[in-house]
Write a protein that binds this ligand. Sequence first.
Ligand code: 6GU
Length: 269
Amino acid sequence: MRLDVVTIFPEYLEPLNVSLVGKARARGQLDVRIHDLREWAHDKHNTVDDTPYGGGPGMVMKPEPWGEALDEILASGDGEPVIVVPTPSGVPFTQQLAVELSVKPWLVFTPARYEGIDRRVIEEYGDRLDVREVSIGDYVLAGGEAPVLVMVEAVARLLPGVLGNAASHQDDSFAPGAMADLLEGPVYTKPPEWRGRGIPEVLLSGHHGKIARWRRDEAFRRTDRNRPDLIERADPAAFDKHDRAILAALGWSEGDDGRFGRTAEAVEE
Ligand code: 6GU
């Protein structure tokens, strides 16, 4: 996979040289190219921003440097990339979107600073290419560089051969499949006792069926506590008899619409 990032802070992307993404690059699984937007600014001060039409606070990124940068990058490769525009006004970045992007051969990220990029740039490339405006959550950051690090890590770990163990992302929280719609439960390793705290007995039992069931119960407990919205949203067809018993014990019941909701008493707590 090829990844291009256009930014006014190339050094902000240094973490892409480290760890999982850094190793994928070293192995040739990822071709990452960081570009300094100011190379496509032509005045004495390499200006990339200007005041907003209509007034208001802050500055807006000028269209010309972005247009020249993107034209040059697009001409440098085969085929067409997906352009990912990080913005707090974008669609939510989810595991589903990470999976979708992970099968594309080429992604171009355009992290902005200030109040964002002149709208005409998104329209211009959106008319010809697959352009996605994406947000990483409901909070406001000073720029799109940290979101690019987040998105690249989420996508890179899905590439074939990048994670050591292909099974590792099968029960990721939010992965489509077996544990879909549930958060992962707790994990333990050696030593068997630490500061007087032991390990749940079942994990030492060697009984794989019981261990799988315990893990799923713990996943329900954690999801109930931290993300009840995921249980409300879940398709109950995915819940077996034991799942329903756990949910009932946690104060959930199946509503007329077939979905689970918290019983009035459980909501009070
Ligand atoms: Cl993608 N950009 C910025 N600046 N803030 C954000 C964001 C992106 N996602 C959440 N907050």
